[in-house]
Design a protein. Structure first.
Lengths: 301, 431
């Protein structure tokens, strides 16, 4: 009897394995075609020098492209800008998103749905469309931002909001925040709504209300949600491309260059495909590290 | 039994008719010739419809299929497509370094043998024009139009304020100052350099006027020795002229943040009295409701090494893919596009400055700007190609970047040239 049971169990176990394997095969095929093979191709290509118009003329350069990256001023500018975007996005999107979520959760009694919808709406517009709209807003000749500043007696940047290398990256950040803060707000709001009201009642008895309750009760209790929000923002900041491409194409004078746009410039405008591959591998390693962090923290969350 | 015979006969008949129809199909199969072109040209659809119809009259089995792309996207997509197996048979390109690179890489077909065959492009366009597409003595393209650039101005404004058309560069500086003196809020010459190429066109002309085309040639094609490459001090002087223009109040604030389209609208709506704009601009101004404009050439730089009779000219047209399955037909279609009648249609429908001017006199109601462009291009003693088409990609990018830096005053003219020279040295070493 026992023997039979064992046989049945092992049979059903192997049956499960077969089913799981069969179910995995389509995904594996697609991943292989669209992710693994291109990734391997990129890694291999990063050790060669070639261009899009000389695909049959690959020249082995070993780690030359990686060494070139360490000596390339604009690569470091692009990497620095990616980190600036990470920092700014965390402050603007997660920070402001948290405050807005807290206000919607406990700060106001009426109109929560309307406010939530208004703040979330930019998220459903494509980034390219958002960028084109904000290009008009930032225009130094006919833009509404200049008009507002001038109407209240403030001066505007003489090189333009997007023409001044010192501020252009921040103007792009503001637009990105305008679009993405709503998503962060909804994510964090979901976390806030999971915090039991009894905890606040108990804290109130102990004298913790308002900002104090938010600081000592709310934030620690949504810690895991915040970590996930920060990681999503960080990964998004490293993937950023369309905002920069539409607004400035990395200019003025490479001041807003990020890894995504710099890879594009090297590959398709300057025809350094091997070097672009090496930069992509560096970006891939950063993304893999961040992905690993996200996976780890979301498991905790 | 009779029924079986009947069925067998029918089957034989069916098989026989199948063979017949197969034979018919194979003897008159159609050839599709795919053409890739830029999108957004006025009259483009009508021109290609007519091209298809007219070509069918001489070659009924050929279907011409047009696919169009937005300007910036096209520059990338064409390279990817030519490397793959689904690319076009015939494709648009600007003739300069862009086209030469494709030729050197073996992606464009050498069409020299098709020049003088019946209906070949050699029957329609001059050898000089064909040679703008040459690489190592072989022809790789059929130019069908060229673009040039002129100052367009508002004669009513000039007349009302007693302003004269500038003859020299110093006159141009004074003109800007005079316009600012009339009303400081008027932008004399709006410059939209957010995409970097607008100032690149200005520095192209300043290099020609100040450095001179004979002195620039060896630097532009990187054949100058390492010691001499881009060391001529006149290059710095040319950049200084941009600074002088800015100091004279010619441009609006923030040219690096202003889109070229907006500056065209500033001129078309008569907010600004002049603009340096291409031969494609006349139609745009007219479309925005302003057609009473006039034109003048880029002024002479007194003491400069380049003649004032030399102008800006970027030839563009069609190339044939080296991978086309029908090289002879594809080259013939590209040639047919510049045949007398089709060149006339290109001029009438799309406003092209045709590379084949045989029937230009037959144009019905040509616009005053079209007449001016055509006659003036013909009058010029020489032409220079624009730097962002002509130069090696890295040097071209350096010139584009330095334009932004000069306008922002984040680099001096000398620093800009030091940077360009460094990039040029690296590009030469990599050749």
């Amino acid at each position: 009897m026992n023997k039979n049971n064992t046989q049945t169990n092992s049979f059903s176990l192997s049956n499960d394995k077969v089913s799981a394997t069969i179910l995995l095969v389509p995904a594996l095929i697609f991943c292989t075609i669209f992710i693994f093979i291109p990734a391997i191709g990129t890694i291999v290509g990063s050790f060669y020098s070639y261009s899009l118009t000389s695909m049959n003329n690959w020249k082995w350069v070993g780690f030359g492209n990686y060494i070139k990256a360490t000596q390339d001023e604009y690569f470091w500018v692009a990497l620095k800008n990616n980190f600036i975007i990470v920092f700014a996005s965390i402050v603007l999107q997660v920070g402001v998103g948290t405050i807005l979520a807290a206000i919607l959760d406990r700060g106001i009694k009426y109109g929560r749905v309307i406010f939530r919808t208004i703040i979330f709406t930019p998220m459903v517009i494509s980034s390219v469309a958002v960028s084109l709209i904000w290009l008009i807003i930032y225009d130094p000749n006919v833009g509404i931002l200049n008009a507002i500043f001038k109407s209240i007696g403030l001066s505007t940047p003489s090189k333009g909001w997007l023409g001044d290398p010192n501020i252009s990256i921040w103007m792009i950040m503001i637009t990105a925040a305008w679009q993405n803060t709503g998503f962060m707000m909804v994510l964090i709001l979901a976390g806030l709504q999971g915090v039991s009201k009894e905890v606040y009642d108990a804290a109130e008895i102990d004298g913790a209300t308002g900002v104090k309750a938010f600081w000592y009760i709310t934030l620690p209790m949504i810690r895991n949600v915040l970590i996930v929000a920060i990681l999503i923002t960080t990964i998004g900041a490293f993937k950023v491309f369309e905002f920069i491409f539409v607004f400035t194409q990395g200019g003025p004078s490479n001041a807003t260059q990020v890894l995504g746009t710099y890879i594009y410039l090297q590959a398709f405008n300057l025809f350094h495909m091997g070097y672009a591959n090496a930069l992509s591998v560096i970006l891939l390693l950063i993304a893999l590290f961040l992905g690993w962090l996200q996976l780890k923290s979301s498991r905790k969350a | 039994m009779n029924f079986l015979k009947f069925i067998t006969k029918k089957i034989y008949l069916f098989i026989f008719s199948l063979f017949l129809s197969f034979g018919f199909i194979t003897s008159s199969y159609a050839v599709d010739i795919t053409i890739w072109d830029l999108s957004g040209r006025n009259g483009q659809d009508e021109f290609y419809d007519n091209l298809n119809k007219e070509y069918k009259k001489i070659n009924p089995d050929v279907n011409i299929i047009l696919q169009t792309f937005e300007n910036e996207a096209y520059k990338t997509q064409i390279q990817v497509a030519l490397n793959g197996n689904d690319g076009p048979d015939v494709f648009f390109n600007w003739f300069g370094e862009d086209s030469a690179r494709l030729a050197r890489a073996g992606l464009a077909l050498d069409i020299t043998p098709y020049a003088n065959v019946e209906g070949g492009y050699g029957n329609y366009i001059s050898e000089g024009l064909s040679n703008t597409t040459a690489v190592n003595g072989k022809i790789y393209g059929v130019p069908n139009t060229s673009v040039s650039k002129y100052f367009h101005y508002d004669p009513a404004f000039f007349e009302a304020n007693s302003l004269a058309v500038p003859k020299t560069f110093d006159d141009l500086l004074n003109l800007c100052r005079d316009i600012r003196a009339i009303d400081s809020s008027i932008v004399p010459w709006p410059l939209g350099n957010s995409e970097r190429w607008k100032l690149n066109h200005v520095i192209t002309m300043l290099n020609q006027r100040v450095v001179g085309e004979e002195n620039t040639a060896a630097d532009y094609n990187l054949s100058a020795s390492e010691d001499e490459l881009f060391t001529n001090p006149a290059y710095v002087e040319a950049w200084q002229k941009v600074v002088d223009l800015q100091d004279a109040g010619c441009f609006q604030d923030a040219p690096n943040a202003t889109h070229p389209d907006l500056t065209r609208s500033m001129f078309a709506s008569q907010i600004s009295p002049m603009i340096y704009c291409g031969t494609w601009c006349g139609g745009i101004f007219n479309g925005e409701g302003f057609s009473d404009f006039s034109y003048f050439r880029f002024p002479e730089v007194v003491g400069g090494a380049g003649a004032a009779t030399v102008g800006f000219l970027v030839p563009s047209g069609m190339m044939v893919s080296a991978k086309t399955a029908h090289p002879e037909i594809a080259a013939h279609v590209a040639s047919f596009m510049v045949s007398d009648d089709m060149a006339l249609q290109a001029a009438e429908l799309m406003g092209f400055m045709p590379s084949n001017p045989t029937k230009i006199g037959e144009m019905s109601n040509p616009t005053h700007w079209f007449n001016f462009y055509v006659n003036d291009i013909a009058d010029k003693t020489g032409h220079v190609n624009v730097l962002d088409v002509l130069l090696e990609a890295n040097v071209s990018n350096a010139y584009l970047d330095m334009g932004t830096e000069i306008l922002n005053r984040t680099k001096t003219p000398q620093e800009a040239m030091d940077f360009i020279r460094q990039v040029a040295l690296e590009a030469k070493a990599a050749m």
